[in-house]
Design a protein around this ligand. Structure first.
Ligand SMILES: Nc1nc2c(ncn2[C@@H]2O[C@H](COP(=O)(O)OP(=O)(O)OP(=O)(O)O)[C@@H](O)[C@H]2O)c(=O)[nH]1
Ligand SMILES: [Mg+2]
Length: 238
């Protein structure tokens, strides 16, 4: 519970078994509900999650093994968001890179600026590898050209929003493209109630499995195509 609001944390998860218990143990008390959604984990992620469930009443391990071209990041998020019951939903990776402990400050900024949706922006940050910074800059520029929107971190994986705005997000993308989709739709449908809030990125637990170039090109194509397509998305559970 934070400033009178309940808070759900939604985390997509694939093959994070080695550090999941530590990561969950470090989650601050103000998160009332923690929903971890495994997608096609081939290690013990789900078993570790079931073990955590037994001792931690805030924690729930879900499995959503749907994939689009092998990726289920977006499916996992949609399932978690749909299940979340709190008035505030925080989405963040389960690899320790996002400062979920910063939520009180982020919500303070949201209140000051009248935001219902905050995309947590990591840029500019000179500690992030140059190729990643360049890739994100290109996608930011593409969004600006096609949508006339200034977004500093088109690929941030941490978002804080009121549960009431979920129907306005029109989420449909099961793969990595849920990340640009959630920002573009929040911007489109919430107008000035969408904004970016600055955060610092942390260091990943374990090795990266991300194919930055392939994922980057996938985003480039999707952002272009999405400009000309209307999609209808998920509604939250009652
Ligand atoms: N549910 C689901 N989660 C995934 C999938 N791929 C990765 N994840 C999780 O989604 C989050 C983001 O994936 P990462 O592999 O960290 O990708 P990234 O953040 O772009 O890259 P690095 O952190 O630099 O490795 C992590 O918490 C992963 O465990 C997937 O296909 N399905
Ligand atoms: Mg990551």
């Amino acid at each position: 519970m934070l400033s009178g609001s309940t808070v759900s944390l939604v985390m997509p998860c694939r093959n994070e078994a080695k550090h999941l218990a530590q990561m969950v143990a470090d989650i601050p008390d103000f998160y009332d509900e923690i929903i971890c959604v495994s997608n096609k984990s081939s290690d013990d992620t789900v078993e570790v999650g079931r073990e955590i469930e037994r001792s931690n009443p805030r924690f729930e391990m879900l499995v959503d093994d749907r994939v689009a071209s092998g990726i289920g990041y977006g499916f996992a998020h949609m399932t978690g968001i749909n299940k979340a019951k709190s008035s505030i939903i925080v989405c963040a990776d389960s690899d320790g890179t996002y400062p979920i402990e910063d939520l009180p400050r982020i919500m303070g900024v949201m209140k000051e600026r009248g935001l219902s949706f905050a995309s947590c922006s990591r840029y500019p940050d000179k500690n992030i590898p140059l190729k990643l910074q360049l890739g994100v800059k290109i996608l930011n520029f593409e969004m600006f050209l096609l949508y006339a929107k200034v977004i500093h971190d088109s690929l941030s994986g941490m978002w804080v929003f009121e549960r009431d705005v979920v129907p306005s997000l029109h989420l449909t993308e099961g793969d990595w493209n849920l990340s640009p989709q959630i920002k573009l739709n929040a911007h489109k449908y919430l107008g000035p109630r969408f904004g970016e809030v600055r955060i610092r990125q942390g260091i990943r637990f374990g090795e990266t499995k991300q194919s930055y170039l392939k994922t980057g090109f996938g985003h480039l194509k999707w952002i272009f195509k999405n400009r000309f397509i209307q999609r209808k998305g998920i509604q939250p559970a009652d």
